[in-house]
Design a protein around this ligand. Structure first.
Ligand SMILES: [Zn+2]
Length: 561
């Protein structure tokens, strides 16, 4: 019987939390896996964002080849059409597709960026982001209904409504973990494939919400109800892992990994405000835009309002804005019931915020978008961008150099890089031109910023919040794994190592290396010369309903404003 692999992905798991908890005896399963296995820090992709990291894990390639740089991308003539990225946007073959073609079977459950579900040799249920209720969520098509008959809903995730209160939300995460653990054990008891991968988004979501309550954090209260919410969730995750591991053969090789690490956020940056102040980005000169700018200068930005203003002040601002703009807005409120339905704040944010509609593209040389912890700057390039003005070639290089130099003078900035310094491949054409790494790991842009929700360049985060870090974790465990080996690796190393463990040839385009030192096995290494296929764009385009559902899912997960 050949080697089998079980990969358990714990989204956002960080040794910064796990190591002390393992040492204190709080997480005995993970502690045992590290003591008996080989593992350490797993360096994520740039950016250290869930869709990019999992697209790299699926394909074994860097973003320059697979083309996924973020949760979404901008398209359209006015630069405002945000398209949520999903499995369709990954260029290249997935590991489970490669295994299928080699006659090996897979079970792939809730792995991010697997929507729409691929027809593989085995079973697959898509992971975030996906539109709920879509018929393309699983393969074979009856898989979800088979699970539903057992009482398990694996098409649910943390972007579904888990309840508004912290307590309800936490319970929702616990239920999702338990459901997935039970369903996985059941599926593995029916049939054990050669390769199994299952993803738990819940650690990431628990860390986003509950980090603020941990010891040393601003909202910490000794013995408060949420102080140890993250640790309690990891204990539930360990229980689910125990169920899953019990369902596989003893000689199965286990890999527990995370796509990125995690840590607190202290400051939020607005890169577009910097580009505006430094003359790279120009706003239109119309009355509405001037009015919005005036309000920002008075401190009445959407961000400031959301944080601080009492309802009375919000109403006063609304009335002020109505007087300036005429009665049309007031009647819109009454007729649509918008203020009542969505809350005055949301309504105001939509109308008061300066956004990409307010930019004078004919005078804008650079702009920023992105949901990730690194800052993305695009030059507005003629022939590439719809209203591009920067000429490719010499002018492009000059402006890019000038912009990078200026950015380096800003104290919030740590490192400024060009796309080709970080990524390599044919999809570099879709990459941002400049990538900014912040001086402090606690600085984050937080949202896909086509909206200028503040007039600040950088500012402390009012409600403490946590976000991604480049350092994830991994550990191998099982027969043939070196015991007690402490080693760091790159996320890109996992995919060729899986193929090597399964005695499959490694496509030459894969970017990582085989982690042979983690094993006592003497498998030979076979490489096959191959180019990355340019495949995915041939699939059906997204419908607008599908697109809207994907955006809602990203909003609920906190990646889109
Ligand atoms: Zn993640």
């Amino acid at each position: 019987m050949g080697t089998k692999i079980l990969m358990i992905a714990l989204d956002g798991a960080t040794l910064d939390l796990l190591s002390p908890w393992m040492a204190a005896g709080e997480l005995p399963l993970l502690a045992r896996l590290f003591a008996e296995g080989a593992g350490g820090t797993l360096l994520s992709t740039v950016p250290w964002a869930t869709p990019t990291a999992f697209a790299s894990l699926a394909t074994g390639t860097n973003p320059g080849k697979h083309g996924v740089y973020d949760f979404g991308k901008l398209i359209g003539d006015d630069y405002t059409a945000f398209v949520p990225t999903n499995g369709r946007h990954i260029n290249g073959r997935s590991l489970w597709k490669i295994l299928s073609e080699a006659g090996l079977s897979s079970l792939v459950i809730n792995m991010p960026m697997t929507y729409p579900a691929e027809a593989i040799n085995g079973r697959l249920i898509a992971g975030i982001p996906y539109p709920s209720g879509s018929p393309q969520l699983c393969h074979p098509p009856e898989l979800l209904s088979d699970l539903a008959r057992q009482g398990w809903a694996l098409e649910r995730n943390a972007s579904d409504d888990l309840g508004g209160s912290y307590a309800d939300y936490y319970q929702g995460l616990v239920d999702l973990v338990k459901t997935r653990g039970e369903a996985m054990a059941w599926m593995l008891q029916q049939d054990q494939p050669d390769f199994t991968a299952v993803h738990f988004l819940e650690p990431d979501q628990a860390q986003h919400r509950f980090w603020q309550f941990m010891a040393g954090e601003p909202r910490h209260q000794p013995n408060g109800p949420h102080t140890d919410a993250i640790l309690r969730l990891y204990k539930v995750v360990e229980a689910a892992m125990t169920q899953i591991i019990a369902a596989v053969d003893e000689e199965t090789i286990l890999c527990v990994m995370s796509d990125h690490g995690f840590g607190p956020t202290r400051h939020q940056v607005w890169l577009n405000n910097w580009l505006h102040q430094n003359g790279f980005l120009t706003l239109k000169s119309g009355t509405a835009v001037r009015l919005k700018q005036l309000l920002y200068r008075l401190g009445l930005s959407p961000a400031a309002l959301r944080e601080a203003a009492p309802e009375r002040l919000k109403l006063a601002i609304l009335q002020f804005f109505e007087r300036q703009k005429g009665r049309a807005l007031a009647s819109e409120v009454e007729t649509e019931g918008a203020a009542q339905r969505k809350g005055i704040m949301d309504w105001l944010t939509e109308r008061l915020a300066i956004d990409f509609h307010d930019l004078d593209w004919a005078k804008t040389r650079a702009f920023s978008t992105g949901t990730t912890a690194v800052g993305y700057v695009w030059l507005n390039v003629a022939g590439r961008d719809p209203q591009g003005i920067v000429q490719p070639g010499k002018a492009y290089e000059q402006i890019r150099q000038q912009l990078a130099e200026a950015l380096r003078q800003w104290e919030a900035v740590g490192q400024v890089q060009f796309c080709e310094d970080i990524w390599q491949g044919a999809q570099l054409q879709d990459a941002p031109d400049i990538i900014v790494r912040w001086a402090q790991p606690t600085t984050d842009a937080r949202y896909f910023q086509t909206r200028f929700s503040s007039h600040h360049l950088i500012k402390p985060v009012p409600n403490d919040y946590a976000s991604h870090r480049p350092e994830g974790m991994f550990v191998w465990h099982g027969s043939g794994v070196r015991s007690g080996l402490k080693i760091d690796a790159d996320l890109l190393d996992l995919t060729p190592t899986f193929l090597w463990l399964l005695k499959q040839p490694i496509p030459s385009y894969m970017d990582g290396r085989i982690l042979t030192e983690c094993f006592t096995l003497d498998h030979s290494v076979q490489t096959i010369e191959m180019d990355v296929e340019t495949a995915v764009s041939t699939t059906k385009p997204m419908t607008s309903a599908e697109e809207e559902a994907l955006k809602n899912s990203l909003r609920a997960l906190g990646y889109l404003e």
